[in-house]
Design a protein. Sequence first.
Length: 165
Amino acid sequence: MSSLSAIPKPTSPQPAGELPPELAAIREQAAAAGLLYAGGISPQAAWELVSAGKVLLVDVRSAEERKFVGHVPDSLHVAWATGTALSRNPRFVRELESKIGGKDVPALLLCRSGKRSALAAEAAAKAGLTCIFNVLEGFEGEIDAAQQRGKADGWRFHGLPWVQD
């Protein structure tokens, strides 16, 4: 089931180099904790920033995952890995920088569970993209004891907007 309420018209994100206060605090905490990227944000807080036009949301899952599992409307797409073997996209950082419009543009990365997007955020940070954050829990959430996702956490579990092709 998808939720389409309150999907905003796309707007420009925060100016390059300027972070919303929520993200500035997260980045400080991440640095203090020794994270290799700007930090993680909950799906609910991510949606608040995206819907207010303060940041960009970039889905790093494969095109197949987006098509068959669903995706956030108006999110950008840059695959971290592609194909059935999920081979790492060697052009990921260049494609990400191009899609978001620069190294200092605030962007949130979303994958299935928050793990690939954390790796993608680390790679982006190593390449000098300074405002890349990971959406914790991902789109579907963690796998549970019954080997299923979406029962306890994740973007869809929290009832945030998404569509399916």
